[in-house]
Design a protein around this ligand. Structure first.
Ligand code: GLA
Length: 402
């Protein structure tokens, strides 16, 4: 039988469509992930390379027992140093001493608690701690992660020499999607190539905007090679100014993981740290030892009213709406039209800070209910402005609801 050219083209088209269907069904779209900023825990800030199956399982248990899971924390993420080599087929090999039952066993345990499992790798030849990186093994690694049940991949940027950042992250996203498993992609490029400009386009769900956080209130120290810095909490906050419009459901600016509870700041400062991360719609990835938290630290990390601001479904990142020396006002629009507000005192003595309705985009005559999110208390109705006395290094965090 002789077919016309048109018939051949149509048949070929139908064939392509049919062949493409299952792939499409299995293909998770990265934009449907992380519709609110990811919440979880990561090993790096407290444990660095000292990771093991026992420790990670203990942390997952603690996430449940402490009530953090109920408060919304989900991901248990192993950062650098779980990997030691590649085998003769190029498969990534987990440290057999530290993870004697392999990575799938760890993932299975985490999943058995109703939590999600995250791992770390690097776009270059080696991770920042010198372990094997993902370069040239992206598809192979993605399949391996999917087989282990990985739900979240943090992908670092060390040892990338002349690689193009956008292309490298697009490549790992394509590899993750091809694995058939929905995996959150956390771009850890430190902000050098302005990932907020292309992170969403390449399917990144969050992207680091700065160098690493360190457990201190302010300041930053250059690394010995002069390349990057270890940033105090406020140094990180300052670098978020101007980036808010790039964040939204499925794609978030990431000012790095939390240091709450790691000992370098006092509880007042940790409360400020947590409040600012919430107003920034930042991923809330705890970095302390959940197995031995003081009650004060537990109460910071599980403050549901503050978490609700971070997780608000509108997905707006807050902005600094007023600054006068050490006194700042940060505000975030919420889905119901109200505003979350942080009054931040960076200075050394107690001061009064005022937020005006104009700062919030409200008309002056509006009467609005103000609620304190740390005291868990209605403060009453206010018109035109709200003022509070704020201790040194503290915040007052409220919602303003017309
Ligand atoms: C980089 C990242 C950190 C951490 C370490 C691990 O510094 O920015 O968050 O993952 O690497 O080596």
């Amino acid at each position: 039988m002789k077919m016309s050219r048109e018939v051949v083209v149509v048949c070929f088209g139908i064939l392509l469509l049919v062949a493409g269907l299952p792939a499409q069904e299995n293909n998770p779209t990265s934009s449907a992930l992380a519709l609110t900023p990811p919440m979880g825990w990561n090993s790096w800030n407290k444990f660095a390379c000292n990771v093991s199956e026992d420790m990670i399982k203990g942390m997952a248990d603690a996430m449940v027992k402490s009530g953090m899971k109920d408060a919304g924390y989900q991901y248990v993420n192993i950062d650098d140093c779980w990997q030691v080599s590649r085998d003769s087929n190029g498969n990534i090999v987990a440290d057999p001493q530290r993870f004697p039952r392999g990575m799938k066993a760890v993932g299975d345990y985490i999943h058995s608690l109703g939590l999600k499992f995250g791992v770390y790798s690097d776009a270059g030849s080696k991770t920042c701690a010198g372990r094997p990186g993902g370069l040239g093994h992206e598809y192979q690694d993605a399949l391996q992660y999917a087989a282990w049940g990985v739900d979240y991949l943090k992908y670092d940027w060390c040892n990338t020499t002349t690689q193009d950042a956008k292309a490298s992250y697009a490549n790992i996203r394509a590899a993750l999607d091809a694995s058939g498993r929905a995996i959150v992609l956390s771009i850890c490029e430190w902000g050098t190539a302005k990932p907020w400009l292309w992170g969403k386009e390449v399917g990144g769900n969050l992207w680091r905007t700065t160098g690493d956080i360190s457990d201190k209130w302010e300041g930053s120290t250059k690394w010995p090679d002069g390349i990057c810095c270890s940033n105090g909490m406020l140094a990180i906050v300052d670098q978020q100014v101007g980036l808010a419009s790039y964040a939204g459901p499925g794609h978030w600016n990431d000012p790095d993981m939390l240091e709450v509870g790691n000992g370098g700041m006092n509880d007042t400062e940790y409360r400020s740290h947590f409040s600012l991360w919430a107003i920034l719609a930042a991923p809330l990835i705890a970095g302390n030892d959940l197995r031995s938290m003081r009650p004060e630290i537990h109460d910071i990390l599980t403050n549901r009213e503050v978490i609700a601001v971070d997780q608000d479904a509108l997905g707006r990142e807050g902005t600094r709406v007023a600054k006068s020396g050490d006194l700042e006002v940060w505000a975030k629009q919420l889905r119901d039209g109200s505003r979350a507000v942080v009054l931040l005192n960076r200075g050394g003595s107690e001061k009064e800070i005022t937020v005006t309705w104009e700062d919030l985009g409200y008309p002056n005559h509006l009467s609005a209910a103000v609620r304190d999110l740390w005291q868990h208390k209605e403060l009453g109705k206010f018109t035109g402005k709200f003022s509070a006395s704020v201790e040194s290094h503290a915040v007052v965090m409220v919602t303003v609801k017309p």
